[in-house]
Design a protein around this ligand. Sequence first.
Ligand code: HEM
Length: 223
Amino acid sequence: MARTVWNSTVGKKTVMAVSGLVMLLYLVAHMLGNLKIFFGTDEFNHYAHWLRTVGEPLMHYEWTLWVIRVVLVVAVVAHAVSAYQLSRRDIKARPSKYVHKKPRAGYATRTMRWGGIILGLFIVWHILDLTTGTVHSGGFESGKPYQNVVDTFSTWYGNAIYIVAMLAVGLHIRHGFWSAAQTLGVGSRTRDRALKAVADVLALLLTAGFLAVPVGVMTGVVS
Ligand code: HEM
């Protein structure tokens, strides 16, 4: 049963929609958490500490965080694998008259494909920058994310990488949210306008919320 669903195009699209919505929930929470940087060093660092102790005493130190990490890894892998398989299927399904002249994928498909690749690379960079500190520009100190974030946005390339990624996030969510609604059967002729508006607002709020942090550091509001 599960295999039949997974092998079908609709099954793969459903996996994309559900894993996408899981990541979207994470992004909304992450964006709100990031905004705490505007309330000062103690509040932001305390929040990072809370992320590791949430659920205690039932949960041990970092257990909840690890549950979230595992869920996110499963979501990212499921999303990427189904995207890849759907795009292979798309190419194979093309009529043979296209053998000599490859048709260009549509604008939305190309944006989603490149956006997805950019975001995948960004997530690896971002974890090496602010979670492990491997590629961090300053003297990375785990447990002191306020200073780590300020260091990142004090370099031109840190700002460039994050700004490009945040724009990619916005575009990806704008189209992805809409597609997910169609796949999950929420769309209808009367609801489509409203769904498009929700997708636009969501994408705009997330992009603006995330961008506020580098802009805050660049303008000296956060230092
Ligand atoms: C300006 C925008 C962003 C800032 C300032 C930011 C900041 C941070 C910081 C400080 C951490 C480390 C938290 C800690 O260890 O306590 C972190 C982790 C993380 N962020 Fe972001 N982030 C941003 C955007 C994003 C975006 C757009 C994504 C996803 C597309 C993302 C995904 C993650 C992930 C997956 C982690 C790793 C969580 C973990 O396993 O500990 N972040 N971020």
